[in-house]
Design a protein around this ligand. Structure first.
Ligand code: GAL
Length: 362
């Protein structure tokens, strides 16, 4: 994937272009933007997932273009380490914190410290819960991510066109510590549940509750283990898994490894999210059916624009002020549109837009 360059984005990515503001476009030379030496702390969850590396790189590059001094930290999915990193950033005198939380409920204490120091706090992609001290939220339409995944499976199986089935499906969700997980899962289940109720889709494992299907730390190896257990416990009489709801590409590849290990030569449709290079290769090879592409370059742009507006004392651009109640208040949000990508449109969406270099797919 490519590091963000605003001037490239305006021509190629509609959502990003709409989100750009005049102030954000002002500076390309690294030191004359609105930042004026102000400090931003960026706390990202982990480097094990490709997307967060690009989110971090894109944010850092865009903030630096605006003249901000940037500290970027990853916490290897350990919530307590993320809290300490944020404490250190507060100690360094940051003016703004941009946080993609590992555990959405572990940050209340440290954010209270941030507020005492008058720091603007932006929840990046993952909402931070139960605290008054988060100012804004930038993300995608997370429910739509799930509905795109569910709809893809329904269409692939022909259920929308009257296929009766029954088809065997297994369900996977993300980490329970991530606020997005329930939005993704509920969005998908809005589409799938009527077919489960009608008997056209059958979950042989019987595991349909979010708590049963969640995956600790979004870890592909954890998902692989669970899929293996399901296959060896519930698919012993020659039954085949015919579809898998998977929330994120790392989990999808774990599931595919388990199916591979059990001798599946043709993969059932398995969904995904994040358009990771390894999964796009799987899509081209027919091993993974789809992914949900979220342009993290555009998310970085929206986030930087928001910070620039706040620092300049202007109103940031918000397009949702009702969906994301964090348990304390509805957090004003800027949400972008996710896109369903499979073998038919990956070229246009991912390569032609410059999100992935074609050479990386070889
Ligand atoms: C979610 C994010 C997804 C995916 C997942 C695992 O919070 O919205 O795009 O990256 O975490 O990292």
């Amino acid at each position: 994937m490519n590091v963000n360059r605003r001037h490239l984005l305006t021509g190629t990515v509609g959502a990003a272009a709409v989100a750009l503001t005049a102030s954000a476009c002002a500076s390309e030379d690294g030191d004359s933007g609105s930042g004026g030496g102000k400090k931003v702390g960026i706390a990202m969850p982990t480097k094990t997932s490709e997307r967060w590396i690009f989110d971090g790189d894109n944010l850092k590059a865009s903030f630096e273009e605006q003249g901000y001094e940037v500290t970027l930290q990853y916490a290897n999915d350990v919530a307590a380490d993320q809290v300490s990193q944020i404490e250190t950033m507060i100690g360094q005198g940051v003016n703004v914190l941009v946080i993609a939380a590992i555990d959405n409920k572990s940050l209340n204490g440290v954010l209270a410290q941030a507020k005492e120091s008058d720091i603007t706090v932006i929840a990046y992609d993952r909402l931070i819960l139960d605290t008054p001290d988060v100012d804004y939220y930038t993300s995608f339409d997370n429910t739509k991510v799930g509905t795109l995944q569910g709809t893809y499976l329904v269409e692939k199986l022909g259920l929308d066109a009257g296929e009766a089935g029954p088809f065997n499906i297994e369900l996977f969700a993300g980490a329970l510590t991530d606020n997005n997980t329930k939005y993704f899962f509920n969005g998908a289940m809005e589409v799938l549940q009527p077919y489960i109720d009608g008997g056209q889709l059958v979950v042989l494992s019987g595991q349909t509750d979010l708590e049963q299907v969640a995956t600790e730390n979004w870890d592909g190896a954890v998902a692989q283990d669970r899929m293996e257990t399901i296959l060896t416990s519930f698919y012993t009489g020659g039954q085949q898994v015919q579809a898998v709801l998977a929330p994120y590409d790392g989990i999808s590849r774990g599931i595919i490894a388990a199916l591979d290990g059990q001798g599946y030569t043709t993969m059932p449709p398995v969904t995904g999210q994040d358009a990771e290079v390894d999964s796009v290769k799987y899509i081209i090879d027919g091993k993974q059916a789809m992914t949900v592409y979220k342009d993290t370059r555009a998310l970085a742009d929206v986030t930087v624009d928001m910070v620039v507006a706040v620092i300049d004392g202007k109103e940031p651009e918000i397009n949702d002020d009702s969906t994301y109640d964090n348990g304390d208040h509805v957090v004003p949000a800027h949400l972008l549109e996710p896109v369903s990508v499979d073998v038919t449109n990956y070229q246009a969406e991912l390569i032609d837009s410059g999100y992935i270099d074609e050479a990386d797919l070889a």
